[in-house]
Design a protein around this ligand. Structure first.
Ligand code: NCD
Ligand code: ZN
Length: 330
């Protein structure tokens, strides 16, 4: 049996840099037609020149991938700098609070310090992508405690489009639903299927460790309900974030789930299990494009119902559901 889908968009992916970028960009190209690449490389993407160079590097590795860029919002930019970044392909800024995730040691302590740039972004119709976690709060409460900043941003910049990335808590889902239409959220595949139990329940599973943490069963249910209700404010951003085995399994293991190679097969399975396959196209290739104001993907891709086993490692990283059997493949 075949399932014809629009070629998916991923509105949140980490493609890394250097040698790693080649593999990860090619893997992404096998699954997605269009991706929004995150800027938390070292050094970060934070100038017109680095936006341009990063786009060129990604395209050199994956020529058929349509690449949309972000830049890191950890300093204030002039209107001219923003316009130049926009010209070079940046459609959004990514805000990381200080120290909450991988490569955020240069993140921001106080979001209000970025308001001058955010005001310019509103004027230039750029999107603000938020890593929504409050530094210093208890790990399971970090997202919930960030929501006050989202509410204030929304009041202060009523025309700014804001994406709360990788929502993982019932409170965040409710908040996004309640706020006006210029506020949306991405949802990852792993937050749809994991809870804290899958990281530290029976055994320690570093491959599932990521920020924001997958939380309680009620949180997973809220994230699932948002997706399976077909609400257009919620769309796919995998937050696929590969790290080598050595970086994951050591004294200070890195946060990030590598999901790009398995994201769409898992989603098909989840939507099928919920009897909601009719909602899948909008989630993977509709609502996100609409929110970002870009054309919906016209190309199609066929998936076949045929079991396959997820390799134990792909491109040197352990993927989500490594070793497990999935039901759908391209
Ligand atoms: C991401 C990474 O590894 O770059 N890690 C993660 O746990 N999600 C960064 C991020 O998006 O938080
Ligand atoms: Zn991310």
């Amino acid at each position: 049996m075949d399932l014809i889908l629009p070629l998916p968009d991923d509105f949140h992916i980490h493609l890394r840099q250097g040698k790693d970028l080649v593999n990860y960009a090619q893997s992404a190209m096998q699954q997605f037609g269009r991706v929004l690449a995150m800027p938390n490389t070292e050094p970060p993407i934070n100038s017109a020149e680095s936006v341009k160079k990063y786009k060129e590097e990604i395209l050199a590795a994956a020529p058929n991938l349509e690449v949309l860029l972000t830049f890191k919002l950890n300093k204030n930019y002039s209107e001219q700098e923003l316009r130049e970044m926009q010209k070079n392909g940046a459609i959004a800024a990514k805000y990381y609070p200080l120290g909450v995730t991988t490569n955020s040691q240069d993140g921001v302590a106080k979001i209000e310090d970025m308001y001058p740039t955010i005001e310019l972004m509103e004027k230039l119709n750029m999107v603000l992508c938020l890593h929504g976690e409050e530094p210093g709060a208890f790990c399971l409460d970090r997202e919930k405690e960030f929501l006050k900043h989202l509410e204030k941003l929304c009041k202060t910049f009523s025309k700014l489009r804001i994406v709360l990335e990788h929502v993982s808590s019932a409170e965040a889902v409710e908040c996004v639903k309640r706020l006006p239409q210029n506020v949306a959220a991405t949802i990852t595949v792993h937050h749809l299927i994991l809870t804290l139990d899958d990281i530290v329940g029976d055994s320690l599973r570093p491959q599932n460790f990521c920020k924001p943490l997958p939380k309680l069963p009620k949180d997973k249910e809220a994230v699932r309900a948002a997706v399976f209700s077909g609400n257009s404010k919620f769309f796919l951003g995998t937050d696929s974030a590969p790290h080598s085995l050595e970086k994951k399994e050591c004294l200070c293991g890195a946060a990030g789930v590598y999901s790009a190679p398995v994201a769409i097969p898992i989603l098909i399975e989840e939507f099928e299990n919920e009897n909601k396959l009719d909602l899948l196209s909008n989630f993977i290739a509709g609502f996100g494009a609409d929110f970002y104001g870009i054309p919906r993907q016209a190309k199609k891709v066929a998936y076949t119902k045929k079991e396959w086993q997820v390799p134990k490692t792909i491109d040197g990283a352990v993927p989500l559901k490594a070793g497990e059997v999935l039901r759908w493949q391209k």
